[in-house]
Design a protein around this ligand. Structure first.
Ligand code: ATP
Ligand code: MG
Length: 357
């Protein structure tokens, strides 16, 4: 029989703080799962971080983006450290990558894992299992606008949101395709067309137009205010939620909030056409308060690596990693990090997940 070995070249950027502790656990799991499924993953390490900023005045070298470009994907830990303002670390590394590689989808699963106690206590694993698809390049986060009459009684500040046909349609198509792929043919649109005069009615109009291309996918829409309430009160109702940049930003943190600990939540910044590499990173930051102690939860990073495998075209391997995570977290005798109420270390939990594979 034919043996097919596929080689993926991954750019690995652990970044700051606990990024350096959780990324090795993701690589440990990738090594095991790639051997199991017969493909090869190669890593190129980049040590760009706030440390780089403090010693060179930049988060990455001038040719940084070019050096990342030829990889199949980017696996990122966390960026940010006390002493370097957030906007410098963000604008110096994460945002240039997002922009240069047209990563217009921010994708986050919202799933209650076994062994994690959610703040809404009557929920069981299976009750909360959906995806937030956030538009990542335009919308409310625009630089259009400005100030008039500064310092006077008639001071006026305008902030303009920009929704293009191309930008709106492509994020919606991504959501519909994802719903089909997942066999969860249901998309909810986050809107506010009862309050926002121009952009949200347009958003609704495009949602209706794109949904007509997917007659097999059930649709509904909620205004962002009641949608937030429903994330908490009735998360069972959601499968795929598509949202603009601002609404998606809010929802994609509310999701991990509803499912328990920030330490387990993954994300992808995705260029669906695969013209450029996509970035996979945990939702959490560099956690300076626990960094260097070996106690960070590696699940968010490992699950991010699973999302990367799915994107690379290894869905069975990806599903297997998530299964291993669920198996270990659901086993009361398995190692648990302090955020999950245990006394185990980052490595113990990473090894347990690798062993479960
Ligand atoms: P950023 O701005 O980079 O998102 P942040 O200031 O929002 O960072 P985090 O670095 O995510 O915050 O940390 C928030 C809290 O969550 C901290 O108390 C941190 O210790 C905790 N935390 C974050 N990630 C983990 C993890 N993987 N395991 C355990 N605790 C974590
Ligand atoms: Mg944060």
């Amino acid at each position: 029989s034919e043996v097919r070995v596929q080689q993926y070249e991954i750019a690995v950027l652990p970044g700051d703080g606990i990024g350096n502790e959780v990324v090795p656990e993701a690589l440990r799991v990738l090594d095991v799962v790639s051997a199991k499924y017969g493909f090869e993953v190669g890593y190129r390490h980049f040590d760009w971080s706030c440390q780089t900023y403090l010693s060179t005045g930049a988060m990455m070298p001038d040719d940084g983006l070019d050096r990342l470009r030829d990889h199949h994907a980017i696996l990122l830990g966390a960026v940010g450290w006390p002493g370097v303002p957030d906007h410098l670390s963000l604008w110096g590394l994460l945002l240039p990558i997002r922009r240069a590689f047209d990563q217009y989808v921010n994708l986050r699963p919202v799933r209650l894992l076994p062994g994690v106690t959610p703040p809404v206590r009557d929920k069981q694993p299976g009750d909360i299992d959906f995806w937030v698809v956030r538009e990542n390049t335009e919308g409310e986060y625009s630089q259009l606008g400005g100030r008039q009459g500064e310092g006077t009684e008639t001071e006026l500040v305008l902030q303009t949101a920009a929704f293009t046909r191309r930008g709106t349609d492509r994020i919606m198509r991504y959501a519909f395709e994802l719903a089909r792929d997942l066999d969860k043919p249901h998309v909810t649109s986050a809107t506010k067309s009862n309050g926002i005069f121009h952009s949200m009615p347009y958003w609704d109009e495009r949602f209706a137009a794109i949904s007509a291309e997917y007659p097999d996918v059930r649709v509904d829409q909620d205004h962002i205010d009641i949608l937030c309430a429903r994330f908490v009160m009735s998360p069972e109702r959601f499968d795929v939620v598509v949202a603009s940049n601002l609404f998606g930003d809010i929802l994609s943190d509310l999701g991990p909030g509803v499912t328990g600990t920030i330490g387990v939540a993954p994300s992808g910044n995705i260029n669906p056409e695969r013209i450029y590499p996509s970035t996979f990173e945990p939702v959490h930051g560099s956690a300076p308060d626990i960094a260097g102690r070996g106690v960070a939860n590696p699940v968010g990073q490992i699950w991010s690596a699973a999302m990367m495998l799915d994107h690379l075209g290894q869905p069975e391997a990806a599903t297997d990693v998530v299964r291993a995570i669920e198996q270990v977290l659901g086993d009361q005798s398995a190692p648990r990090t302090p955020d999950l109420g245990g006394g185990a270390g980052t490595e113990d939990l990473g090894k347990a997940i690798a062993d479960a594979l």
